[in-house]
Design a protein around this ligand. Structure first.
Ligand code: FAD
Length: 386
């Protein structure tokens, strides 16, 4: 049913080589940092070297439109790319990270395209998005961060939390309430806030599972000119949803890569490990883990491919994206857990990739909308206007 073109197959092959030859040799470094409690991330020097290689290989600006210097690849081409990236225990994305790219493409005016979209699309700058707040995460409509017009400026006050990458990002898309009466229905606006803007204070780094870091940030009379409003005033919610859909498909593919890695490790291990005079691979309990993992991986691949085809056809895939986010993260959680169990004590050390994968997927069941919120959204759409 899903034909992968020769061009997309070759792209995936190229990415696989890059992942196996360049990313996977860095796994030990990442796992050492993870085990010692440091951020399990690549440093600037490592990233710069990898980015240079990506550029030389043409693995750059993959889903960026041609007029902004990209390869303009469809969503179906990215399915295999992201799956390959998910296979390595190294946090890495090909620049630019897709969700904010698509939000900017949908909203940036000509000046913002020049100033923000073009350098971002070319991988020269990095970005973050600040939606969540101490009192509003899974339900962002409850956000309180306020932007008030003062002359020709907007003044932002409030607190955001769990924000990834914001300490280093060149700019952040900040969601703030501009009309409290309307709230999510026409009262939330997106703003572009540059790093170093007075009043944008990174209050603390928060260590998360898998050696990740998020940040709490405070906006104290943070003043930005009218030109920093991204998209239409009060209409920030819809483009934010668009970016979530892009990320959820991407997460589906990452989870497939992560679960495939765990399954490959489990298969290799159980074929050689003997207990009670028999190979683990000969035990039905273990065989069922492997059969279930392979079956659910297959189902997940079809789900992601189906949504990507529909997205490329311009269809609304918000429900599919919720289903993928829910299914893929729960599928990978189970597969990785069974792989850990099959390795016994070794499976729960911080030396093998499995513990890092388990912690990473644990966070993925929360960010970009927790599983329960996805279920609520899917059920709401199935039940209609109840
Ligand atoms: C690693 C990581 C990175 C992140 N990066 C960013 C970022 O860059 N930018 C950003 O803005 N945010 C970011 N977040 C925040 C993330 O989007 C929120 O944590 C998430 O939306 C959940 O919000 P919350 O933590 O406030 O949980 P809450 O909304 O308080 O929900 C807590 C729990 O309650 C349950 N629940 C909630 N609603 C329902 C419901 N309707 N029905 C049943 N159960 C429900 C779920 O189990 C949920 O996990 C990140 C989070 C993590 C973990």
């Amino acid at each position: 049913m899903f034909q992968v073109s020769e061009e997309h197959r070759m792209l995936r092959e190229l990415v696989r080589k890059f992942v196996r030859n360049e990313l996977m040799p860095l796994e030990k470094t990442i796992l050492d940092r993870f085990a010692s409690g440091q951020p399990a991330a690549l440093n600037d020097e490592e990233n710069a070297r990898l980015f240079k290689q990506c550029k030389e290989l043409g693995l750059w600006a993959l889903d960026v439109p041609e007029e902004v210097g990209g390869a303009n690849l469809p969503a179906v081409a990215l399915v295999g790319v992201n799956e390959e990236v998910g296979y390595a225990c190294v946090p890495f994305t090909f620049p630019p990270d897709s969700p904010n790219l698509h939000m900017l493409l949908a909203t940036a005016n000509p000046e913002q395209r020049k100033k923000y979209l073009e350098p971002y699309a070319q991988g020269v700058t990095s970005s973050a998005i600040a939606i969540s707040e101490p009192g509003a995460g899974g339900d962002p409509a409850g956000m309180k961060t306020r932007a008030v017009k003062d002359g020709s400026d907007w003044v932002i006050n409030g607190r955001k939390i769990w924000i990834s990458r914001i300490a280093k990002a060149d700019f952040t898309i900040v969601m703030a309430v501009t009309d409290p009466e309307r709230g999510a229905r026409g009262g939330i606006t997106a703003f572009l806030v540059d790093k170093g803007t007075k009043g944008l204070v990174v209050a603390r780094a928060i260590p998360m599972l898998a050696g990740q870091r998020t940040y709490e940030v405070v906006f104290e009379d943070c003043r930005v000119p009218e030109s920093q409003v991204l998209g239409r005033l009060g209409q920030g919610f819809a483009p934010m949803q668009l970016r979530l859909t892009v990320r959820r498909l991407q997460m589906g593919s990452w989870c497939i890569g992560m679960a495939q890695r765990a399954l490959d490790m489990m298969i290799e291990h159980v074929k050689q490990r003997e207990t009670f005079g028999q190979k683990l691979a000969d035990r039905q309990a273990i065989q069922w883990w492997i059969a279930d993992a392979a079956t659910r991986l297959h189902a997940c691949r079809l789900m992601v491919m189906d949504a990507a085809v529909k997205q490329d056809d311009g269809m609304d895939v918000r429900t599919e994206a919720s289903m993928i986010k829910l299914y893929a993260t729960e599928m990978a959680t189970e597969v990785i857990d069974h792989a850990q169990q099959s390795f016994g004590a070794m499976g729960v050390t911080q030396e093998l990739p499995l513990s890092w994968l388990a912690q990473k997927v644990r966070t993925m069941r929360v960010y970009e909308g927790p599983s329960e919120v996805q279920r609520m959204v899917i059920a709401r759409r199935m039940l209609g206007g109840r």
